[in-house]
Each structure stands twice: as C-alpha cells, then as structure tokens.
Design a protein around this ligand. Structure first.
Ligand SMILES: C[S@@+](CC[C@H](N)C(=O)[O-])C[C@H]1O[C@@H](n2cnc3c(N)ncnc32)[C@H](O)[C@@H]1O
Length: 296
C-alpha cells in the first residue's frame, strides 16, 4: 500500500538527470497539499503508524538532547514530533508543514507549536535549530536540494539534519487488485506527488546533503512490514487523500459500482495478499562547526 499516489521511478540516482538526459518531473506543491488536506484522517489512523519505525530509527541516531530546539519539517500530524517529545521531554519541537489540515492535528490534538510553511522556505532565523528532521517529505518537493539548503541554514554549527526517504515498496496483492479496479473503471490518475529519483539510495542522498555544505554522518536502510486487516486496508484505500481525489473524478453512479466491485474482489483475497513491506533510507548529516576546527 502506498498513499502517495503515482511514484515514477528511474534507474538514475541523481536529481539532475533521468534516462535519456530528461529531467524527472518533480511534484507540484499544490497537488501534494491538496491530497494531504483531504486525507488527514486516513493518514493519521491508518498509515502514520505503519511508517513511523523509519523515523524511530532516525531519531536514535540524531541524538536530540534536553534543551534542544528541533524543527520537524513536513511534520504532518505530528507523529514524529510526538516521538521526540516522548524520548526527550526537554526538547522544544516546532512542527512545520504546508498542509493546514495535517498541521491542525499536530497542533490541536498533539499540542505542538505549528507553522504552516514550505520546507523550501523555512520561517526561522539562521542557526536557530539544534536539529532538523525531514521524515518522508523530500520526495514530495519540487526541489529537494532547496529544502536541504534551508535545513542547513536553520541549523546551528554542529547541529544535525536527519532524513527518511523511500528506497522501495513491495505492493501487496490487494494493492494491485485495487489499482487494477480503478484503472478498469477508467479513473484518471493524478500528477505525481512522490518522486523518489535521487532520494532512494545512500550515494544520492549523501550527495544532496554534501552539496549543501553538510557532512554526511551515516546512512542506512530500514525495512518496514505491515499485515493489513481487510477493513483497515479498505479504509486507507478509499480514504487516502489521493484516492479520494481520484474517485471524485468519476460520476457518483460509476463510483458506487466501482466500490462494490473492488470490495468484492478484495473480499476474495487471502490474508497473505494483505502483507506489505517497504524499505526506507535514513540519513544523518552535520553542519560543520568551524569554531571547533579553529581551536583544534
Ligand atoms: C508522508 S507525510 C510525513 C509526515 C511526518 N513527517 C511523518 O513522518 O509522519 C508528508 C508531509 O509532508 C508535507 N509536505 C509536502 N510538501 C511540503 C512542502 N513543500 N513543504 C512543507 N511540507 C510539505 C505534507 O503536507 C505531509 O504532511
């Protein structure tokens, strides 16, 4: 299962080039935010916990300390911010996200200070943060380099940025059946909201970080697994923002028929057809501290 919409992949590991030399088409913020705004409940109740172990692994390496200021960029509903608060109650976490609806959960339900802003233009002063987290957001951006540049600007010397991006996903049979049902019913696809090119390998991400003056500390892969129960799968399939937007493109009668037909197909599947797995890349990089180098 993925809730990110179509995710074209290429064999290249740089952001600058794709096969044939063409630039990969990057997502547009409006498309991305429109889907998140519409799918908050499904994201928060069905998907967030599935991908959270990637951020858990990242935070272990990021070593946030009491008194630190942490920017959670692309914070969404604040699940990662909550992890930080649980582990380091003395840290101050600011949630930044472009989706007002996602951010509303982080602020109203989880109580985090929240700022609606673009990851590529952070509303904070230079050097204001001890750590910046970019969990599951770089692949949504028109220019991931700009977000890393902003994270580097926001960090104090010696501070660290941590990123989580997708390496691969093994779609469960149920996801294929659902996707085929939508295609058979002629449901139009949407523009890409997630493009992993250049972000799906350690060399690609390390280069991105190094190009913005950061020093890669560690990159590693974490495998995620989830066994869906039928109802949860259905709730996410029909409730994710991207699928709600897709389904809204066909008339109500056709939509109702599609839902009945696809549900019947899914009901025929075995439990193992609902087993999902994916791999994510965690990376940590530090902002050089020139004062330390001069003293040494
Ligand atoms: C997959 S969610 C990740 C949420 C959270 N980091 C987590 O791990 O649970 C991606 C988030 O990135 C946000 N996002 C997408 N494009 C953004 C942009 N240009 N600036 C800031 N946030 C953005 C979305 O609104 C969404 O909340």
């Amino acid at each position: 299962m993925h809730t990110e919409g179509e995710a074209p992949r290429s064999a290249t590991s740089t952001l600058e080039s794709a096969p044939g030399g063409a630039s990969p088409v990057r997502p547009r913020r409006g498309d991305v935010v429109a889907s998140y705004d519409l799918g908050v409940e499904a994201y928060e109740t069905r998907w967030s916990a599935v991908i959270l172990p990637g951020a858990t692994a990242l935070l272990r390496e990021l070593a946030v300390a009491d008194g630190d200021t942490v920017l959670d960029v692309g914070a969404g509903t604040g699940a990662v911010a909550e992890l930080i608060r649980d582990q380091v109650p003395g840290a101050a976490v600011l949630a930044v996200d472009a989706s007002s609806q996602m951010l509303g959960v982080a602020h109203r339900q989880r109580g985090f200070p929240a700022v609606q802003a673009d990851a590529m233009a952070l509303p904070v002063a230079e050097g204001a943060a001890d750590a910046v987290v970019l969990a599951y957001v770089l692949f949504h951006l028109a220019d991931p380099s700009a977000a890393i540049r902003e994270a580097a600007r926001a960090l104090r010397p010696g501070g660290c940025v941590g990123t989580v991006t997708w390496v691969s996903e093994r779609n469960e049979r149920a996801q294929d059946v659902w996707a085929e049902a939508l295609a058979d019913a002629g449901v139009p696809t949407l523009p890409a909201r997630r493009v992993d090119t250049g972000l799906d390998s350690a060399p690609g991400v390390e280069r991105l970080l190094a190009d913005e003056g950061l020093v890669p500390v560690r990159s590693w892969i974490v495998t995620l697994r989830h066994q869906w129960d039928r109802e949860a799968f259905w709730a996410l399939a029909t409730g994710s923002g991207v699928n709600r937007r897709r389904l809204a493109q066909i008339d109500p009668e056709a939509r109702a028929a599609l839902l009945v037909r696809s549900r019947a197909l899914l009901d025929e599947l075995a439990p193992e057809d609902f087993a999902w797995s994916g791999e994510v890349l965690c990376a940590v990089a530090a902002k050089p501290d020139d004062s330390v180098r001069e003293v040494a």
